[in-house]
Design a protein around this ligand. Structure first.
Ligand code: TYD
Ligand code: MG
Length: 449
């Protein structure tokens, strides 16, 4: 790129000259030269600095937030921050078979029923296959317009011709633009198609929802920049063998991140779970050793999850440590702390820890519950069925307070929990009985008593 420089152009004859003078060198007219900056490329009008819109002052813009289209699929609307924003681009990622296409088709059916014209474009399934899926859903999907197409130019053309206000594209990896060489799904194609759709959404105004495949590592396949281009990124998670599905916002320009929505996959499509806080506690049996319940925060929502532990005599060799739903290094740390600070030897025990419902623990606030489940299993004494454990455990064996404890306890109380074990340093007012703990030695004593 050449550097920007100034030239002087005559307003009479249009000739340019490098130096200012009173008179145009070409036509001889006086006082007609104006300065111009050339050489820097801005937008498509090379050589001239232009802006398509003038700057505005924020206070001159309307307040009161953006318009949103609600789908009525409560958990979906909630994760988006209240509904689909016109002109926005949302990426929905998830493993194969998790339910991305099902979700988008339900969204399309509901929007269409609400009078918002939608176009469902599939490069993965033929319209006949889409029809089969639609027949299973409890929604009336008959009015959705479907298109089996992978060429971006054709998709944009049909979306504009139909006047679609929401375009659903399944998937970005099967879409290609004829302007680039290379097979669909390669980095250049994915990035260019997403950027073109983003422009289409901003200029023509439809909301675009893209399905994105995920890689083995769990990220969305294609360039990482894809996540930077779009407005909102949602991940659809869960075990495809289990019923519950979690829709998680990891980026949201129109709402908060880390919010989750919980769905259940049924024979008639995805159903929002009415009581998500307790969804993962269903099926819990109390009175069995090695089980403890904690409350973790998913965005602004507390969720109750059960942690199970089983410690059994190791056969031979190095004892096994198996963790499901929990980082195995975190488990190793907690076991070491329990052994050194709590005086509970695990040297010849196999240890298995499992978080039920396919949930993954990411917060340290769940440490105390993991330890409680382990202690309970070693002593083969169940913890009280109405007890909740909330606390982070430090390497010194100290139990630390956690953020948002009152919200967690309010939810636990609503679900019938009557007492909570937490850090002696927590500051709170609650209606639940509070058992305060300084360190894990105290936890072990309390649970053994
Ligand atoms: P799908 O939406 O095709 O997943 P993705 O697009 O993420 O690959 O469907 C996932 C699974 O859900 C599939 O194995 C079939 C099942 N399913 C149901 O259990 N009930 C239903 O009503 C539908 C449509 C699908
Ligand atoms: Mg699909």
């Amino acid at each position: 790129m050449s550097k920007a420089r100034s030239v002087f152009r005559c307003t009479d004859c249009g000739a340019e000259q490098p130096k200012w003078a009173g008179k145009c060198d070409a036509c001889g007219a006086w006082n007609t030269l104006v300065e111009e900056v050339v050489g820097r490329k801005v937008g498509r009008s090379e050589g001239r600095i232009v802006t398509s819109t003038a700057p505005v002052q924020l206070s001159n813009l309307p307040t009161g937030g953006v318009e949103r289209w609600k789908t009525g699929l409560e958990e979906f609307d909630f994760v988006l921050g209240g509904g689909i924003v016109p002109g926005s681009v949302t990426l929905v990622g998830g493993e194969p078979g998790i339910g991305k296409s099902t979700l988008l088709m339900q969204v399309a059916a509901r929007l269409e029923s609400a009078g918002i014209r939608t176009l469902y474009v599939s490069g993965e399934e033929s319209p006949d296959q889409l029809r089969l899926r639609a027949d299973r859903l409890s929604e009336n999907a008959g009015n959705i317009h479907v298109l089996g197409e992978t060429r971006l130019e054709a998709i944009v053309h049909h979306a504009a011709a139909l006047g679609a206000r929401v375009v659903l594209l399944d998937s970005i990896q099967t879409t290609y633009t004829e302007e680039l060489e290379g097979a669909p799904g390669n980095v250049g194609q994915v990035r260019e198609c997403a950027a073109r759709l983003m422009r289409f959404a901003k200029e023509a105004g439809p909301a675009v929802l893209l399905v994105g495949h995920v890689t083995k590592g769990g990220g969305i396949a294609g360039p990482k920049t894809l996540e930077h281009i779009v407005d909102t990124v949602l991940y659809f998670e869960g075990e495809s063998t289990l019923d519950h599905r979690i829709l998680r916002a990891v980026k949201n320009r129109f709402g908060s991140v880390d919010e989750i929505g919980v769905f259940q996959m049924t024979a008639a499509g995805l159903e929002p779970v009415a009581n998500p806080a307790a969804a993962f506690l269903a099926g819990r049996t109390t009175g069995v050793s090695g089980s403890a319940v904690t409350a973790l925060m998913e965005g602004t929502r507390p969720m109750l999850v059960e942690i199970q532990a089983l410690a059994s005599k190791a056969g031979f060799g190095t004892p096994q440590r198996v963790a499901t739903g929990l980082d195995h290094r975190r488990l190793a740390v907690l076991l070491a702390v329990l052994e050194r600070r709590g005086g509970l030897p695990f040297g010849n025990l196999d240890v298995f820890v499992n978080v039920t419902g396919g949930v993954r623990l990411a917060e340290p606030s769940t440490d105390l519950a993991v330890l409680a489940a382990l202690v309970s299993s070693v002593h083969d004494r169940p913890v009280p069925g109405d007890a909740l454990f909330v606390g982070e455990v430090g390497l010194g064996g100290e139990i630390r307070p956690v953020a948002g404890v009152e919200r967690r306890l309010a939810e636990a109380s609503r679900q019938g929990f009557r007492r909570v074990f937490l850090s002696a340093r927590s500051k709170l007012s609650t209606t639940i009985d509070v058992v305060t703990l300084e360190n894990i030695g105290e936890l072990a004593r309390r649970l053994a008593a």
